[in-house]
Design a protein around this ligand. Structure first.
Ligand SMILES: Nc1nc2c(ncn2[C@@H]2O[C@H](COP(=O)(O)OP(=O)(O)OP(=O)(O)O)[C@@H](O)[C@H]2O)c(=O)[nH]1
Ligand SMILES: [Mg+2]
Length: 275
């Protein structure tokens, strides 16, 4: 079995930063986590990817090509489809190492995850190559501290869950940027309590909100009643927090469940790693 986090979320939500923080955390805790860059438009990131889609195709190739002539968004989707058509390339690059733990740093184009079939197809492929995968959906917490925004972030998370059909974790990124009062407000939403959300929407009432109050209420209640969507705060400035988040994700991936058994096999050789 191999393990993979599919790191997705809106543009600029902190996906690449999260991936490099994970790599660093892994180094600090004596394990190996490696990153696959799936963003064909990436210009800078702070890690050394084991596989990089840009070696296969770069978004500029699709924009400069006389026949394709894509804009940046269509070009990006084309690149991911091109990757699927060249599955052998990806298969070769990923190798077949048992127990690999990879994070896939995905592009920030939300429609890839909310309704296009492309990423779901990629997931099928990875599963057929023995990967246990979960979705890690990042949302910038600064866009989640008002009731109406919290609801729309929740709906976005829900569409990704429904479209990708994978075990799913939602992370609120950039917690370090939140003020004390915003943190308090957020705590009320995290319950999740549709009354807190609705109360806030009423306070910040717009004509749309007044008109659609019942709809908002119904959505809020559905999320609450079925515990459909949960969010976990992610604070990269807090080592313990990242460690806890990783434990949660490892559990979802069933990573490490047979580790105790295996360390026994190697006893004597590598005894200090037992924990
Ligand atoms: N303060 C703070 N800034 C962050 C954090 N995570 C990301 N950022 C900043 O947010 C910006 C976007 O971060 P990225 O990691 O590039 O986001 P991304 O989701 O990979 O972006 P795209 O790939 O363009 O979709 C950068 O300027 C980061 O430095 C965080 O936890 N705290
Ligand atoms: Mg990125």
């Amino acid at each position: 079995m191999r393990y993979a986090q599919l790191v997705v979320g809106p543009a600029g939500s902190g996906k690449s930063t999260y991936c490099s923080a994970l790599v660093q955390h892994a180094v600090d805790t004596n394990r190996t986590i490696e990153v696959v860059n799936l963003d064909p438009a990436a210009e800078y990131f702070n890690y050394q990817p084991v596989v990089d889609i840009r070696e296969l195709i770069h978004v500029n190739d699709t924009m400069e090509d006389e026949e394709l002539h894509f804009g940046p968004n269509g070009g990006l989707i084309y690149c991911v489809e091109y990757l699927l058509e060249n599955a052998d390339w990806l298969h070769d690059r990923l190798g077949e190492q048992e127990d690999d733990y990879l994070v896939f740093d995905c592009p920030g184009q939300i429609e890839l995850y909310t309704h296009l079939p492309t990423v779901r197809k990629l997931v099928n492929l990875l599963q057929s190559w023995n990967f246990n995968i979960c979705t890690v959906f990042l949302v910038d917490v600064q866009f989640m501290t008002e009731g109406s925004k919290f609801l729309s972030g929740t709906m976005a998370a829900l569409s990704v869950m429904v479209n990708l059909e994978l075990p799913h974790i939602n992370l609120l990124s950039k917690m370090d940027l939140l003020s004390k009062s915003a943190k308090k407000q957020l705590d009320r939403f995290l319950e999740p309590d549709c009354h807190a959300i609705l109360g806030d929407i009423e306070l910040n009432s717009s004509r749309f909100n007044e008109k659609h109050r019942k709809l908002t209420e119904a959505i809020g209640r559905m999320i609450e009643d079925y515990s459909l969507v949960r969010f976990t705060p992610l604070n990269l400035k807090d080592h313990e927090n990242l460690g806890d988040v990783l434990i949660t994700i490892d559990n979802v991936l069933q990573y490490g469940e047979d580790l105790d058994v295996r360390t026994k096999d190697f006893e004597g050789e590598d005894a200090e790693d037992n924990d």
